[in-house]
Write a protein that binds this ligand. Structure first.
Ligand SMILES: [Zn+2]
Length: 292
C-alpha cells in the first residue's frame, strides 16, 4: 500500500520539479502501474519550452526586412563629451550621421535622422520618432570619453541582458503553470517578441562592430575592439525595432581626436556603418528567402 503511494508521490514530485525547472517532463514518464498525476503531460505542447532558456528563433518564422532606418546622432544643443582641444561629441555624431544618410540614400532605404541640425532633443523624443516612423532599424551614434586617456575603445551596445533577474522570475513563474490561460499565451508571445528584437539587435550590433573595427584599424592600429555589449540605454529600451548604440571613438584620446578632425576618417566611419547596415539587411533578406 505504502509502496504504490510512494511511487505516485515520487513520480508527481519528479514531474512537478521538471515543470518548475521548465524541462519537458516526457523523459521521466510515469511507470505504467501508477495513476496519471495531476499534471497533464500528454497535452504539454511542443513549444512549452523552458522560457528561462529560450531556443533561438528561426529568422524565417518572423519576416523582417529593412525599409526605414532611423539614425540618431547623439546629443545636440548640449555638447556631450568634449576633447581637451574643444572638439565636441555633438558635432562628430551629426557629421557622421549626415555622411551615413548620404551613403544609404543610394540604397532602397528610407533614411531618417532624429536631428540634422545642432539642437537639443530629449531621449524620449528620439525614441518616439523612431517608433512613430515605424523604423526597421535604429542606430544611435555616440563618441566616448574614458579614463585613462590612452584608451581607444570601439564598442557597440544592444539592449540586454536576457538573464535579467526580473525576466527570469517571470519565466520561472510561468513555467510552473501546467495549463495556460489566454493571458499566459499573451505573455509567452510577448517574450518571444522581446527575444526576437534582442536577438536581431545583437546581430546588428555584431555586424556593425566587426565592420567598423576592420575598416578603421588600418588608419587607427591601436584601436581596441571592445566588442558587443549590453546596457540599459533609454534609446535602446524604448525603441520597438532592432536598435544599437555605437561608441565610434574616444574624445579622451588625443590621437583619436586628431583622426576625428580628418574628414577622411569620419567618412570611413560612415562607410563602415553603411556597410554594416547593408550586410545586416542582406542577411534578413536571405533568411526570408530561405523560409519562403
Ligand atoms: Zn554620448
Amino acid at each position: 500500500m505504502c509502496g504504490s503511494l510512494v511511487a505516485v508521490a515520487l513520480v508527481y514530485l519528479t514531474l512537478a520539479a521538471d515543470m518548475v525547472r521548465g524541462r519537458a517532463p516526457l523523459q521521466s514518464a510515469a511507470p505504467v502501474n501508477v495513476a496519471t498525476p495531476i499534471v497533464n503531460v500528454e497535452l504539454t505542447p511542443e513549444w512549452d519550452a523552458p522560457l528561462s532558456h529560450p531556443r533561438p528563433i528561426d529568422r524565417s518564422a518572423i519576416p523582417l526586412s529593412v525599409k526605414t532606418i532611423v539614425i540618431d546622432p547623439g546629443h545636440g544643443g548640449e555638447p556631450g563629451a568634449t576633447s581637451e582641444s574643444g572638439l565636441t561629441e555633438k558635432e562628430i555624431t551629426l557629421d557622421v550621421a549626415l555622411r551615413l544618410r548620404r551613403l544609404l540614400k543610394e540604397e532602397p532605404f528610407e533614411v531618417l535622422l532624429t536631428r540634422d541640425t545642432d539642437h537639443r532633443l530629449s531621449l524620449d523624443k528620439r525614441v518616439s520618432f523612431a517608433n512613430e516612423n515605424k523604423a526597421d532599424l535604429f542606430v544611435s551614434i555616440h563618441v566616448n570619453s574614458m579614463e585613462p586617456h590612452t584608451i581607444r575603445a570601439l564598442e557597440t551596445y544592444y539592449v540586454g541582458p536576457t538573464d535579467d533577474p526580473t525576466t527570469l522570475k517571470l519565466a520561472s513563474r510561468e513555467n510552473k503553470e501546467s495549463e495556460y490561460s489566454l493571458s499566459d499565451y499573451k505573455k509567452i508571445l510577448e517574450k518571444i517578441y522581446v527575444d526576437a528584437r534582442r536577438d536581431e539587435s545583437r546581430a546588428l550590433a555584431k555586424t556593425i562592430q566587426s565592420q567598423l573595427f576592420h575598416s578603421l584599424k588600418t588608419a587607427n592600429p591601436e584601436l581596441e575592439n571592445r566588442g558587443v555589449r549590453t546596457a540599459p540605454f533609454v534609446v535602446l529600451i524604448g525603441t520597438q525595432m532592432p536598435a544599437i548604440l555605437v561608441e565610434i571613438a574616444c574624445l579622451s584620446n588625443d590621437d583619436e581626436v586628431d583622426l576625428l578632425t580628418k574628414p577622411d576618417y569620419r567618412e570611413n566611419i560612415a562607410l563602415a556603418l553603411a556597410q554594416g547596415i547593408r550586410r545586416y539587411a542582406h542577411s534578413l533578406t536571405l533568411a526570408e528567402r530561405k523560409g519562403s
